[in-house]
Design a protein around this ligand. Sequence first.
Ligand SMILES: *Cc1c(COP(=O)(O)O)cnc(C)c1O
Length: 378
Amino acid sequence: MKFGTKAVHAGVKPDPATGAIMTPVFQTSTYAQASPGKHKGFEYSRTQNPTRMALEQSISALENGKHGLCFASGMAAIDTLVKTLNPGDEVISTDDLYGGSYRLFTRVYEKYGIKFHFVNLTEKEKVSSLINDKTRLIWVETPTNPMMTVVDIPALVEMVKGRGILVAVDNTFATPYLQQPLDLGADVVMHSVTKYLAGHSDVVMGALVVNDDALAEQLYFLQNSSGAVPGPQDSFLTLRGIKTLHLRMQRHCENAAIIADFLSGHAALEKVYWPGYTSHPNHDVAQKQMKAFGGMLSMQLKGDKKETFRVMEKFKVFTIAESLGGVESLCNHPVTMTHASIPPHERERLGITDSLIRLSVGIEDADDLLDDLQQALG
Ligand SMILES: *Cc1c(COP(=O)(O)O)cnc(C)c1O
């Protein structure tokens, strides 16, 4: 089955009791049993819920995976994966990382004796010099947030092959419409479902997708034991959102390409970060492993922080807000907003400066977005 058909149908079957086309919101905590222990596969909604299950099947189908698990947030999904590790284990993570992931790794899990290395994953020698017999996980984000670095997933998979090291990809920015990490050899895909998958800025949710049965069993155990599961109403909203994922992504990508074209060489800008430019350092990798270049881009203004804020305040269609991937265009100041938990020296090194604005390009009419950028940039 092709992607668009799966987006509409996977996991969703007419309700056997009523024929309802859409999976009902099973707003229930528990399930009647005919006799103690004799039930229909559902005991308690932390463990299983039919609405959540339909969504888990939908997301795993879109990622061409075998097992999908949903969580109360993207961070809860990452947290669950990290809980499969043991004290003494080491993780190699991308250095240009979602601020919340950086905070979870360094401020929550380091104290339990898990060691995290942060490195530019496009520098193969550096990555390979960090790999040792304690390495258990490579944590990849691609494209990265907010610098839009594209990491070659098959190259990393090749590097760790046969060494008992998992490759996990945070696929939030790309979505399975653009990039399917399991098909590229990765072991785990993670999503902040909050963003493009749900797509309407009305849900906070996370997901993990894996192929390996033993790993899935371990993750189900942790999902049930720690209990950071999403509720049925949010699962329903996300199932509904996913049905248009392919259409939304097409438009996000088209609009971002039009905007990237407009911003390229703009007099008010120092630099624009977008993997679709042929001059982007990882453009060839993006072309190889992604279907298109996504709806995210970052721009560095020539002016200082004050001027940057002034531009952001002038936007009429772009709204100043955290998050991304919704139908509406948003702009974000990473230093003050999403990346405040990354230490200043680390941000400077990565190029996350006071003059950097990240855009999440929505699905509005491109002309209105261009007009907005034009009037704000002056
Ligand atoms: C938002 C985000 C997360 C965290 O997900 P939540 O749903 O906010 O918990 C992780 N990774 C990336 C790339 C994100 O954008």
